[in-house]
Design a protein around this ligand. Sequence first.
Ligand SMILES: [Fe+2]
Length: 492
Amino acid sequence: MSLCRASRLALNASLRAPLRTLVAGQTALRAAPCAAAIPRFAVSPRFHASTATQEKPAAAAAVPGGDATKLKLRTTIRFKIGDKVGALTDVLRELRQLNVDLTRIESRPREAGTYQFYLDFGARDEAQIDEICNHMRSFTEDLQVVSTGDMGLVSMQTAPWFPRKKSDMDTFAEKVMEYGDELDADHPGFTDPVYRERRAEITRIAKTYKYGQELPRIQYTAQETATWGIVYKKLTALYKTHACREHQYVLPLLEHNCAYAPDNIPQIEDVSRFMKESTGWTLRPVMGLLSSRDFLNALAFRVFHSTQYIRHHSQPLYTPEPDVCHELLGHVPLYADPDFADFSQEIGLASLGASDEDIEKLATIYWFTVEFGLCRQGDEVRAYGAGLLSSFGELEYCLSDKPQKVPFDPKLAATQKYPITEYQPLYFVAHSFKEMKEQVRDYAATMQRPFAVRYNALTESVEVLDTKDKTLRYAQNIKGELMRLISAIEKN
Ligand SMILES: [Fe+2]
């Protein structure tokens, strides 16, 4: 998920997010935390976020702190404050008085009249964290410590927080920027109270999900299943001539193993188990619009945020956002392919602790590949992007001679502008998923991130390679794998 409303979540999300990111080192903050200062963007009528609409940090705040070399605990807290002129200024003044070493501050609009803030800062010890929190509770609401831990490398002190283990993603539920039951006026289900209540019901179920639990099973109605059936028949008729061979290979396996059928909407628990056995990827239910950063970070763990609600029955071949048809027919088949799975994880790994500018670029690469990518297979060009494989109209259009098609180059794709309300005028054509993976890995190496990370599949956690011991252990693991590889080659 997640650049769509839900998965727009995914990606999309953050990009069009009503999010201000204020990073220490920039200039002084001018805007008060009010709706006028932090405008909400219109919901994208397409699937995942648009970098074109990303809100740039309008201001910045740097709060003087102490000697960074003496700070040991990198801490993230969140709290709410009312929407009134000068409220944020008051918060920053208090932080200065507490001598807090603030490295990052983000704000997001919540229910009417309030804004939620996330603060990252360095602390000397637990006592200082308690002191700061106790003081701030006197003028904020619902203050909670989201995370705290060793700051490790000096370079990590100013890097945006990122999850280190899968359960850390449970905090994403508290950072959703739009919930799945918040529909725009032009959504086909906007005036249908029954549909809206159903969306709210499924959103509530997703909101309570925690890592390690069985994924929620939804009892879909006959009307919802009928909508799925229309989409299923229409799209599968096109796949033989338009979908990449990897998609065509996996879809029958999903029919055999996960009850994909025109008269049945598969359960994401069953689908996630299949993905886990195929490539180690899993699904997580998403309750709304995640930021691009959160959505992309999850990819590093081989986790994909998936919606569970379905488009409105009045327009079965149209949806302004990701829904269960988009996730299960567009995304899932590719995540069961080993090379595509590796490629997607590379984007996720590159996003961990990345700057806001690099997150925007990675989200755009995601847009032109995972959502709207084409690939060359033999003498033909086929679609592998989920936005194409779940859109009857664009799937035909993308392979016609109307749009421009250029070879995939992550450097070009990262900054390519694109529309979100109409078919894409330009597509990037990949040579292979294997090559794409190497290209994105090379691109990530050029990003200005002063530390390296790796995903430990055994512990399902992300390790920052910030000490000689960790790096040496990693090298020894690779050496062991190489020895096994050489042995296998010698025997063949
Ligand atoms: Fe998507």
